[in-house]
Design a protein around this ligand. Structure first.
Ligand SMILES: C[S@@+](CC[C@H](N)C(=O)[O-])C[C@H]1O[C@@H](n2cnc3c(N)ncnc32)[C@H](O)[C@@H]1O
Length: 185
């Protein structure tokens, strides 16, 4: 039997759908990616703990995932963000785009890194289409040979860009978050 880690147990006790909620809390405490009253697009939202965090921040989030996601008082869309049809499903502009998207891991690190890079690049491309000027982007990516390329693309379009590795990430994990504030349009 797989032993549950402390963050998973804590999330369950506190009524959150996943341990990843603590990563968003930590990032938002430090960088204020999401503010009260913001309109937020959450890419790869299932099972919904980041959407729950948005409710806490008093932000109005729309979530998209391949899987059906149900969170009270929150709009969710079941769709593949890699397909262009998603632009028919989302309306208006957003103050923040957040992406915790991750591929189904195959066990082959080179393949997984590539897929993760594709998802993060897509999140960046979507943010360019839907962010308001001065809006913020938060995107997960696996640390790999592809990370610098995406980081450099993001740096050109945002005023402030930092890498963040939250405490709540499993120690062995290669995941990192790119925090990008102040979209230049
Ligand atoms: C780590 S989980 C997200 C956890 C979520 N932030 C939470 O806190 O509840 C990653 C999600 O990315 C989604 N995902 C991966 N590829 C996707 C794609 N092409 N389109 C939409 N969602 C995708 C997966 O279905 C998965 O639910």
């Amino acid at each position: 039997m797989i032993k549950k880690d402390k963050a998973t147990i804590r999330a369950k006790r506190e009524g959150y759908k996943a341990r990843s909620v603590y990563k968003l809390f930590a990032i938002n405490n430090k960088y204020r990616v999401i503010k009260q009253g913001d309109r937020v697009l959450d890419l790869g939202c299932w099972p919904g703990s980041w959407l729950q965090a948005c409710l806490k921040f008093k932000a109005d989030a729309v979530g998209i995932d391949l899987k059906e996601t149900e969170i009270k008082n929150t709009e969710t869309i079941k769709a593949d963000v890699m397909k262009d049809r998603i632009f028919d499903k989302i309306n208006g502009r957003f103050d923040a785009v957040i992406s915790d998207m991750a591929p189904n891991t195959s066990g082959r690190q080179d393949v997984d890194n590539y897929k993760s890079a594709m998802l993060s690049e897509r999140a960046f491309n979507i943010s360019e289409k839907v962010l308001k000027e001065k809006g913020n982007l938060l995107v997960k990516t696996f640390q790999s040979g592809y990370s610098d390329e995406i980081l450099n693309k993001i740096k050109k379009k945002f005023s402030f860009v930092k890498i963040y590795k939250p405490e709540a990430s499993k120690k062995r994990s290669k995941e990192m978050y790119i925090v990008a504030l102040g979209y230049k349009g």
